[in-house]
Unconditional design. Structure first.
Length: 144
C-alpha cells in the first residue's frame, strides 16, 4: 500500500510549479483538503513543542485526499489547486482552520476513510513517507 502513497506524498511535499487560481475554500474538494491538512501539519510542527503526532496524522489525512484525486486522474491539477489555495489563504488563520475542521468532518463521516484509517494502513503509509519519522523507526511506535 505504501507505494500507492509514495507518489502522492512526493507531490504534497513539493513546491508549486503551476499557476492555478485559487477558488474559495471548499471541504468537498480533495485538493482543498490536501492543502488544509498541509497547513495543519505546518502549524503542528511550528508549535512549541512540535506536535509530531498531529503532523503525521495530517500527512495521513492528506494522503487520503490525494488518493481520491489520483483515482480521478487529477493529482497534479489538485496539487496546483491546493498550492494556489495556500498561497491565497495561508495567512488567514480563520479561513484555513475553518477549512481544516470542515475537512476533518468530511473524512470522519466517510466510510472509506474510516475503514482505511482503522486498518492502520493509512498511518503506516504516513509514517513511512513523512520526513518527521520516515528515517526514525522509534517514531513508528510512538505515533499509533
Amino acid at each position: 500500500m505504501t507505494s500507492k502513497f509514495s507518489a502522492i506524498i512526493s507531490v504534497l511535499l513539493l513546491g508549486a510549479c503551476g499557476a492555478a487560481t485559487a477558488s474559495p475554500p471548499n471541504s468537498t474538494n480533495p485538493a482543498h483538503c490536501m492543502a488544509a491538512f498541509s497547513y495543519a501539519r505546518t502549524i503542528a510542527l511550528g508549535s512549541r513543542p512540535s506536535n509530531f503526532n498531529l503532523a503525521v496524522q495530517s500527512t495521513a489525512r492528506s494522503l487520503y485526499e490525494g488518493r481520491k484525486l489520483k483515482a480521478r486522474g487529477l493529482l497534479e491539477n489538485g496539487r496546483e489547486e491546493g498550492e494556489a489555495l495556500l498561497s491565497k489563504y495561508s495567512k488567514d488563520e480563520k479561513v484555513m482552520m475553518g477549512l481544516v475542521l470542515d475537512c476533518l468532518k468530511q473524512q470522519d463521516a466517510d466510510p472509506d476513510y474510516i475503514a482505511l484509517n482503522e486498518s492502520g494502513d493509512l498511518m503506516a503509509a504516513a509514517r513511512k513517507v513523512d520526513p518527521v519519522c520516515r528515517d526514525d523507526a522509534t517514531c513508528w511506535g510512538k505515533l499509533r
